[in-house]
Design a binder for this molecule. Structure first.
Ligand SMILES: Nc1ncnc2c1ncn2[C@@H]1O[C@H](COP(=O)(O)OP(=O)(O)OP(=O)(O)O)[C@@H](O)[C@H]1O
Length: 280
């Protein structure tokens, strides 16, 4: 499989002061974004003036309590929700609607087309967007299916797969499109603990191979620390930025360690503190 955009670049060196000062142009720039929903009875402010930047090959996490606007932010980056204030740009171009440069993986297991096989599901967006012809799309789909260890199930239909296998197909389908950024909305939240852990490891393995850029929503501090390279901590409703943290050096092996636990506690305290802190 060809590498996704930005894939050849190495992840940022966070000890490099020029990177820390943000002198590299970000891939994704979310600037002062306020998101609202108008219902028949009220106006709901989901996020208030949220600001963050994602660079190529980042694994950027949006972390916060239920209702703080994480999914709304992901929808806005996906182009499904228009900010009432602020702007979102990808590769220097304003986001005005959905596009194949941003592929989304959701929490729900029913995001696959039930009448199509695994390989047909993965090939479908490539064909529908004319990114590839049928033969090329089929070959690419098989390659991506192999990367998520599902080759034996290429001709199976979704209803015969477990929840974890369906999520693997959704990830393969998204990566096959080689998006500029992969958007994941609590993709492992509905899985049992063991499968969730395995999926996190597999996602990190895929990232090691392909170095794609990831924007990942979770409300699990542990998952954020393990999956992410940076974490944006959001306050409760309406979501505001509390802090942005560096966490690229944690994995499952680190999870029991004192440093990991201290970071976990620090984020926990932040999430439950009332005041909005400055960036750290
Ligand atoms: N379609 C909608 N119409 C009206 N209000 C909405 C809509 N979608 C979300 N909201 C409101 O916007 C706020 C943010 O919701 P959002 O789903 O983005 O939060 P979240 O942090 O992703 O929550 P969770 O972790 O529970 O999924 C909430 O108050 C929610 O009720």
């Amino acid at each position: 499989m060809a590498r996704p955009a930005g894939a050849m670049r190495q992840p940022r060196n966070y000890d490099d002061p020029s990177a820390a000062q943000g002198t590299l142009r970000p891939l994704l720039d979310v600037s002062g974004v306020t998101l609202q929903y108008k219902t028949a009875r009220q106006l709901v402010t989901a996020t208030y003036r949220v600001q963050f930047q994602v660079h190529a090959a980042d694994r950027f996490i949006l972390l916060g309590p239920s209702g703080c606007g994480k999914s709304s932010l992901l929808k806005a980056v996906g182009g499904f929700l228009k900010p009432v204030e602020g702007s979102i740009s990808l590769n220097g171009r304003d986001v005005h609607g959905p596009g194949p440069d941003r592929m989304m993986v959701f929490q729900e297991f029913d995001q696959l087309l039930p009448w199509k096989t695994v390989v047909q599901n993965v090939a479908y967006p490539l064909i529908a967007t004319r990114k590839a012809g049928r033969k090329e799309a089929h070959e690419k789909a098989l390659d991506c299916i192999a990367r998520v260890n599902l080759s034996k199930f290429a001709d199976a239909h979704p209803h015969t797969l477990s929840g974890g296998m369906k999520q693997r197909v959704a990830i393969a389908r998204a990566l096959a499109m080689e998006p500029d950024i992969l958007l994941m909305d609590e993709p492992f939240a509905a899985l049992d603990a063991l499968t969730r852990r395995r999926m996190q490891e597999e996602l990190l393995q895929l990232w090691d191979d392909l170095r794609f850029t990831l924007l990942f929503v979770t409300h699990s501090i542990e998952e954020a620390l393990i999956v992410g390279s940076r974490i944006l901590v959001l306050s409760p409703h309406p979501g505001q930025v509390k802090a942005e943290l560096n966490c690229h050096h944690y994995d499952h092996r680190a999870a029991g360690g004192a440093e990991f636990q201290a970071m976990h506690r620090r984020i926990h305290d932040m999430l439950f503190a009332d005041a909005v802190e400055t960036h750290v």
